[in-house]
Write a protein that binds this ligand. Sequence first.
Ligand code: HEC
Ligand code: HEC
Length: 451
Amino acid sequence: MKTSRPTMVAMVLVSLAVAVPYATTVKSESTAIEKRSRFDNKTRRERLTHRGAIDLELGGDRRRRPTEAPTGFDNETNGYLEQGPDFDTINEDNVRALASFNDNRFIFEEMEQIDDGLGPTYNAQGCVECHQNVVTGGASQIAEHRTGRMQDGEFFESLGGSLVHSRSTHADIAERVYWEDDIRTFRISTNTLGNGFVEAIANATLLVIRKNQPAALRGTAVMVPVLEADGQARIGRFGWKGQHASLESFSADAYLNEMGITSPLFPEENTSSGRDVSAYDPVEDPEDDGVDIVAFADFMRATKAPARGRITSDVTAGESLFNRIRCGICHTPSIVTAAPGTRINGGKFTVPEALGNKIIHPYSDFLLHDIGTGDGIPVLPTAEYAGTANQMRTAPLWGLRTRNRLMHDGLSFTAQEAIQRHAGQARGVTARYNALSEAHKQQLLLFLDSL
Ligand code: HEC
Ligand code: HEC
């Protein structure tokens, strides 16, 4: 990727704060993780540092009219991969990683064991444990736990990273919360269905959405490194803080941080609250050769976007109200993905026909906002990311009717409760919702129930 073209914009343009990965395990205090990796001589912090300028991603064949992206909760491919052999015939012996949607789905659903590299600290045995509703890849009720604390005005992650793993392979290495770490949050598992289309949104498109937002509601575009492109910067869009821009990067991060499985992008094992756990880890690193990571990413790239429920006249009226009172400023109703042939992810991925030039309805701008719900935990504990502590990514509302625990912490049980938590940048919009007649509120809620 050349960095001198006019399409490169300076970080300043992207503005404000910048956030980084999921990355939980970046440490401020322990030396265990800051030590140089024996694989490519990079510390984890270096891996998570972006290169400071993004490509607008304006290439590709832009002549054709965009078409609607396929939707459905049906375990069927969106066309990016072939469907493959009957899912029920696939097993550990005949699975062919990367060969088809069904093969990659099998790998996404696989339960890892200690012999495969699971743990020593982890959260679950397979991606599907937390991403399955109503089909493989959806959201779920599983919440993760993050903690940290402020000291002299500076944020410190808990030892071993802000993510506190909830399971371990041995009782002596269980991670527990330190009482001093009084900044605490839950973060619930998000949906991954349709995320191939989200990955295929050009940086330029997100910046235009941002520019068109009124100043008081304007979001923050977060710049994050694409790990497989050696830290090339891209606008983050995945995770509650927009910590990642590429599905391959997110998958490597999740394989390590959810399941304890190292790979070439993250070759160093996690600790237990800063303590080295290599004595409990029988498998040599990297535990995955990188193939599973691409299989996960390709599975998600091949999923259809969440499908709408029944659209009645009340639902249509509710959608107009949603836009009229400006919910749609942050919850962007429609976005067109980059043209087929566009090189994205720091040049590592070319948008294919199946994902390019598609109209999606995510009801999110994929930018960060301060609506008064920020969990206090920045993406990385550095000055550059300090502003992300009190911001969250606009939750995409597609698939909303399949979820019964809302907001990042899963602690809002109804859409009404979620709306009432919108303060800060959304305060004026919430006031406009509250000023609607009961009949109009009902229509707006029926619209949300159709997503
Ligand atoms: C223990 C539960 C758990 C497991 C296991 C898990 N995830 Fe997640 N996943 C989450 C949570 C929680 C989030 C939101 C995290 C955040 O933003 O802090 C998430 C977010 C994601 C996202 C971002 C989606 C979006 O747009 O917000 C992707 C992609 C993802 N996970 C992929 C994977 C893959 C691939 C695996 C298997 C290697 C996996 N996850 C395993 C809980 C899990
Ligand atoms: C300033 C931007 C902004 C505006 C305006 C806004 N939202 Fe949100 N919305 C967010 C953010 C950010 C979140 C995630 C907050 C969190 O999890 O802490 C969110 C979350 C939600 C959720 C929870 C979704 C889930 O999956 O958990 C719902 C429902 C929702 N918004 C509906 C609305 C409605 C209805 C309106 C208009 C009355 C609205 N929002 C206006 C930014 C906004």
